[in-house]
Structure formats: C-alpha cells, structure tokens
Design a protein around this ligand. Structure first.
Ligand code: ADP
Ligand code: ADP
Length: 223
C-alpha cells in the first residue's frame, strides 16, 4: 500500500482532533497535532514554549517561523514515512507553501485536505463544553461525554478545560481563523485536493464520511 498524506482543516472546535484520533487509530498514519506539540512545549517551559505561550493565551497564531520547522521535522521523520495526518497545520498560506516545498523536496505529494465545516454560532457551544485529558484525548460534556464524568476513558485521569476555551478567546480564535486560515480553503480547492465535510453531523456520522473519502483516496493512489 502506498503512503497517504493528509491535512485536517477547519475552524477551532470543528472536530479536527476528534476525527483525527479516530482516523489514525484505524489507519497506520503518523498523527501530528500542532496544538498539542505547542502545549507540551509550554508545559516544559522550553524556549519555544516560552515564546509561544503569549500568542496561544491571546488566541493568536504562533508566528510561522516558530511553527513551520517544528512540524516539517515531523513530516520528514521516519514515523511519517508511510503517511501522516496533520491536525492544525498549515494554518496560514505561508505554512501551506512551506509544506508543499518540503514535500516536493522529498518527492512526495499531499493526497487530500479534509475540511470540516461548522458555523461560528455552533463553535462557541462546542468549545465551551470541550474537555481534554492530559494526553490530549478530546471529549464534550454534552455531545461526546466520557464514560465517567470528568475522567479520561483510557487512564482515568482528570479532564481539564483548556485556558483558551473561554468565550472571549474563542471569538478571537474564530476571527483569526477567518482572516488567516480560511484562505487555505481556496488554495487546496484550486489544486483539486479539497474534501468538505458537514461537521454539524454527529461524531460517528462525520467519521463515516471521512473514512469513505480516505478509502477512495487510497484506491485512487493505488491505481
Ligand atoms: P483547536 O483544536 O481549537 O483548533 P489548536 O489546539 O489546534 O486549537 O491550537 C491551539 C493554539 O495553538 C492556537 O490558537 C494557536 O495559538 C496555536 N497554533 C496551533 N496550530 C498553529 C499553527 N499551525 N500556526 C500557528 N499557531 C498555531
Ligand atoms: P478541533 O480539534 O477542530 O478544535 P475537537 O475535535 O477538539 O475540534 O472538538 C471540539 C469539541 O466539540 C470537543 O468537545 C468535541 O468533543 C466536540 N465535537 C467534536 N465533533 C463533534 C460533533 N460532530 N458533534 C458534536 N460535538 C463534537
């Protein structure tokens, strides 16, 4: 089977993490979650974390020069040699162009950009109820609750609410999405790589649609 290289696009709270987790537990693809990598750097107080924290707390994007090499290193890594799913990268046209250049250098292609669409009104509801485990597993108090309230299904540790999932920061992140990230939709549409998903459907239904598209992409790639 040939490699499959995918990106997940969509506003904050669209369900990228939820779908990315499912997709990569069903397929042997390296899952690269940009937000988690940055949050780990903040927790470790690394040089990158110290630089990134202020932007993240404010709901702004971390500057391209800090993010691009960090993610491309993962794309070039051995673990991604059979394919990858990038969640939360690219988020700017400059990041998209950097990814293209890196893949071209490796003689590899992007196979699809999966766009999960959810209107702004719904996003605020989604993110206000989002809870995450230490390891980044995603839940929703109402729409995707854990088996035991407040605890991770896998390791039983306490779930937390992210600092940036507060109403003012959510609105800031949405405006940043429309201004800086949404232009990537046209960028991938022009290249015939864009696949749109109605993210207002239930988690399982969205997962079915994503899985169908991904198997079509595999078939196309194998012929
Ligand atoms: P969400 O899951 O809500 O879409 P993420 O966890 O992906 O949010 O991102 C959290 C924060 O991390 C963003 O608000 C931004 O500050 C930073 N971030 C994540 N991905 C990128 C990126 N590709 N470029 C710049 N900043 C990013
Ligand atoms: P993103 O990674 O795009 O920011 P998440 O996967 O973290 O999005 O989802 C944001 C919140 O919405 C989480 O609390 C998640 O449980 C919930 N969620 C995800 N997909 C759906 C869906 N299809 N319907 C309802 N809630 C959802």
């Amino acid at each position: 089977m040939t490699e499959l290289n995918l990106i997940l696009l969509g506003p904050p709270g669209a369900g990228k993490g939820t779908q990315g987790e499912r997709l990569t537990s069903a397929q042997p693809l390296e899952y690269v979650v940009t937000g988690e990598i940055l949050r780990a750097a903040v927790r470790e107080r690394s040089e990158l974390g110290l630089k990134a924290k202020g932007f993240m707390d404010a709901g702004e994007l971390v500057p391209d020069e800090l993010v691009i090499d960090l993610i491309l290193e993962r794309v070039r890594g051995e673990a991604a040699s059979d394919g990858f799913v990038l969640d939360g990268f690219p988020r700017t046209i400059a990041q998209g162009e950097a990814l293209d250049a890196a893949l071209a250098q490796l003689g590899r292609d992007l196979n699809g950009a999966l766009l999960i669409e959810v209107p702004d009104e719904e996003i605020v509801r989604r993110l206000s109820g989002r809870r995450v485990s230490q390891s980044g597993r995603v839940y929703h108090v109402e729409f995707d609750p854990p088996k035991v309230e407040g605890k991770d299904d896998v390791d039983g540790t306490d779930l937390i609410q992210r600092d940036d999932d507060k109403p003012d920061t959510i609105r800031k992140r949405l405006s940043v999405y429309h201004a800086q990230t949404a232009p990537l939709i046209g960028y991938y549409e022009e290249r015939g790589l864009l696949h749109r998903f109605d993210g207002t459907l239930g988690v399982d239904e969205v997962a079915d649609h994503v899985a169908k598209t991904v198997s079509t992409l595999r078939l196309e790639d194998d012929v």
